[in-house]
Design a protein around this ligand. Structure first.
Ligand SMILES: [Zn+2]
Length: 552
C-alpha cells in the first residue's frame, strides 16, 4: 500500500465513521431531551443549612427529602464574602460573582459617586416608574448590579427567545435574580397587597397578574389566621412558645399561637410577610406565571427565579429556635412537595432542572443564647454612629464626621474632613481604637489596609470579596461570634460566621446526579454549574467553579 493511498483510506474511513456518529447523534436527539425545558431557581430567604435535617423527621418524602433522595446536595456550601445579606446573596447565586465585582455590597449602601444613600434595586432615573401601584415601590431596576445573571446568559444564548421571570415578595429577591434582560419581574407591594412591577420591564401588568391580584389571596389567608400545623406540644425542636426575646409582629397583645390575622383584612398588607402564607402566595404566583407565560413550552430553555421571603421575616422576628420557624419550615416542605409535583405534571418529570439555596442563614436570638449560657450579645449600628460622632466632636469640635455605619463598616464624611482640613489619619485611629475597645468587636481596621492587617485568612478573603471602594465604607469591624446588630427581641444575619454563611445547595432534575458531597463549595459555584449544564456562557463576573460531582 503506498503512503498516499493509506492516507486516503484513513480519511475515507474517518469520514464514514463521522457520518455514522452524526446519524447516531440525530437518533439520540430525537429520542432524548438535550436540554431542560425550564430551569427553576428557588432561594429560601434565611434558610440555614441545618434546617434540611433538623426538621427532617416531620418533612414529607416529596419536599426537601425528595430533593435529597433524588438530587444532589452540597453539604458544605459557604458564602464567600461579607456582608451576608439578602441583596448580595441573591446576586451572588445568580451571577456566580461577589460584591467586589457585581457591586451589590449590601441591601443599602452609601454611594460615594452620587453622595447619597442607595437601595440595591433603587432606580432614580425618571423613565423608571411603578407598574400596578400608585406607590413608589415599583420604581426599581437591576441597574446597580454590574454583571450578567444566569438568566441574562440564557437569554443571550437563545438570541432572546428564552423567557426569564423573577418572583418574590421582596423586590430585591425578584429583580436581582431575574437580571438585566429579564422578560419580567414581579414583587409584592405592602401598600396595596398586590403583585407589582416596574416600567423597566413593561408599561403595564399582563392580564394574568391583574387576575391574580383580583383574587385577594392575602385576605383569604388573613381570615384563616395562623395556628400550628400539628398540636403545639409536638414541636420538640423549639423553645416553648412565648418568650420575652421574641418580637410581636401581629400586635403587642398577640403573644404566641394561635395568631389572629383577621383584623388586617383590607387594612394592612404587611403582616402576611411574617407568616408562612407569604411563601404560599409566592408559590401560587409562580405557578400562575408558568401557566400563563407558558414557561417550558418554547424551543429554548426558560428560567423561573423564585425567592421565598417569609422565612426571613419569620426568622428575624422569632429566631431559629422558635415554634414559628419550625412551623414555617414544616409548611414550606409541604408546599415544596406540591410545587415539585406541579412541575412534574406541567413541565414533565426530568424535563426541568431545579436548584435550591439560601441567600444567607441567621444567628440564634441573643436572649435565647443567654438563657442557654452560649456566647451572645447585641450592639446597634445607629447607636454606634451617634457614639462615634460625639466622640469625634469632643476631639475636633466638628459634628457629623461619620455619615453612616452600615454593613459593619464606618463611612467617614470625606467632604467635611477635606473642607475643614481635619486630620483624617487621626480620625481613623480614634474610630478604630474605639471599636477595638468595644465589647462586641474582635477586629477593626481601615479597609485600604486589609492586606496588611493581621486577620484570619478566611475572614480576609470574605471581606476582600465584599469590598467595592465607591460603595463600601472606610473602616471595617468584625463582630465577636454570637453578637448581632439588633435590640432585645429577634435576630439578624450579615457576618462571616457559619451560622450566617453556611447555606443549603441542592440540585435536582435534568442533568443532575443523585448524591451528596462534603467538599467545601461556594455560593458562587451555582451559576457556573447551571450554565455549564446548559452549555451557555458563564455570567460576566463569575468567579465560581462547576460542581462537577453533581452533573451527569
Ligand atoms: Zn434578613
Amino acid at each position: 500500500m503506498n503512503k498516499l493511498f493509506f492516507l486516503f483510506s484513513v480519511a475515507f474511513l474517518g469520514s464514514l465513521s463521522a457520518l455514522a456518529q452524526e446519524n447516531n447523534k440525530q437518533k439520540t436527539t430525537s429520542n432524548t431531551i438535550t436540554k431542560p425545558k425550564l430551569v427553576v431557581g428557588i432561594v429560601v430567604d434565611q434558610m440555614r443549612w441545618d434546617y434540611l435535617f433538623r426538621y427532617a423527621d416531620r418533612y414529607t418524602k416529596d419536599g426537601f427529602n425528595r430533593l435529597l433522595q433524588e438530587g444532589f446536595s452540597c453539604d458544605n456550601a459557604m458564602i464567600p464574602y461579607t456582608p451576608t445579606v439578602t441583596a448580595a446573596g441573591h446576586t451572588c447565586i445568580y451571577t456566580g460573582s461577589v460584591p467586589a465585582i457585581h457591586g451589590i455590597v449590601g441591601n443599602d449602601w452609601y454611594d460615594k459617586q452620587t453622595k447619597s444613600k442607595m437601595y440595591c434595586s433603587q432606580d432614580n432615573n425618571d423613565t423608571i416608574q411603578s407598574v400596578g401601584t400608585s406607590s413608589k415601590n415599583g420604581k426599581q431596576s437591576p441597574h446597580n448590579m454590574l454583571v450578567t445573571t444566569i438568566g441574562d446568559e440564557i437569554r443571550l444564548a437563545s438570541n432572546f427567545t428564552s423567557k426569564v421571570i423573577g418572583i418574590a415578595l421582596k423586590d430585591r429577591g425578584s429583580i436581582l435574580p431575574a437580571g438585566h434582560s429579564a422578560t419580567a419581574a414581579y414583587w409584592y407591594d405592602i401598600t396595596n397587597g398586590k403583585w407589582i412591577s416596574s416600567t423597566y420591564y413593561a408599561k403595564s401588568l399582563p392580564a394574568w397578574v391583574n387576575n391574580f391580584n383580583a383574587l385577594h389571596v392575602v385576605d383569604s389567608f388573613y381570615k384563616k389566621g395562623w395556628n400550628t400545623l400539628y398540636p403545639i406540644s409536638t414541636y420538640n425542636q423549639s423553645t416553648t412558645d412565648v418568650k420575652p426575646y421574641e418580637s410581636t409582629p401581629f400586635g403587642a397583645e398577640q403573644k404566641g399561637f394561635p395568631y389572629q390575622l383577621q383584623q388586617f383584612v383590607d387594612k394592612n398588607y404587611q403582616p402576611i410577610a411574617v407568616t408562612p402564607f407569604g411563601n404560599s402566595m409566592t408559590l401560587a404566583m409562580a405557578k400562575s406565571a408558568i401557566e400563563n407565560e407558558k414557561l417550558g413550552n418554547g424551543l429554548a430553555t426558560d428560567m423561573l427565579c423564585v425567592s421565598l421571603s417569609s422565612t426571613d421575616y419569620v426568622g428575624h422576628n422569632f429566631g431559629p429556635n422558635s415554634i414559628e420557624a419550625e412551623d414555617t419550615y414544616l409548611r414550606l416542605d409541604k408546599e415544596l412537595a406540591d410545587f415539585l409535583q406541579y412541575l412534574d405534571k406541567k413541565i414533565g418529570k426530568g424535563a426541568y432542572t431545579l436548584f435550591l439555596s439560601a441567600d444567607h442563614g441567621a444567628a440564634h436570638v441573643p436572649g435565647f443564647m443567654a438563657e442557654n449560657k452560649l456566647p451572645n450579645g447585641i450592639f446597634s449600628e445607629n447607636e454606634l454612629k451617634k457614639e462615634l460622632n460625639s466622640l469625634l466632636f469632643s476631639k475636633f469640635n466638628v459634628d457629623k464626621l461619620i455619615t453612616h455605619v452600615m454593613n459593619y463598616q464606618v463611612y467617614l464624611n470625606h467632604e467635611l474632613i477635606d473642607s475643614i482640613h481635619a486630620d483624617e489619619k487621626g480620625i481613623n485611629e480614634i474610630v478604630i481604637q474605639y471599636l477595638l475597645n468595644s465589647n462586641y468587636v474582635s477586629q477593626a481596621f481601615l479597609l485600604t489596609n486589609l492586606s496588611t492587617t493581621t486577620l484570619n485568612s478566611k475572614m480576609k478573603d470574605m471581606i476582600a470579596n465584599g469590598y467595592f471602594p465607591m460603595r463600601s465604607g472606610d473602616i471595617q469591624f468584625v463582630l465577636k461570634p454570637g453578637y448581632i446588630d439588633g435590640g432585645k427581641t429577634g435576630t439578624t444575619h450579615g457576618v462571616w460566621s457559619p451560622y450566617d454563611a453556611h447555606i443549603p445547595m441542592l440540585y435536582f432534575g435534568w442533568g443532575i446526579k443523585h448524591g451528596h458531597s462534603n467538599r467545601e463549595v461556594y455560593m458562587t459555584d451555582i451559576a457556573p454549574t447551571i450554565t455549564s449544564l446548559l452549555h451557555v456562557q458563564m455570567p460576566s463576573g463569575c468567579v465560581g467553579k462547576v460542581v462537577e460531582e453533581a452533573l451527569k
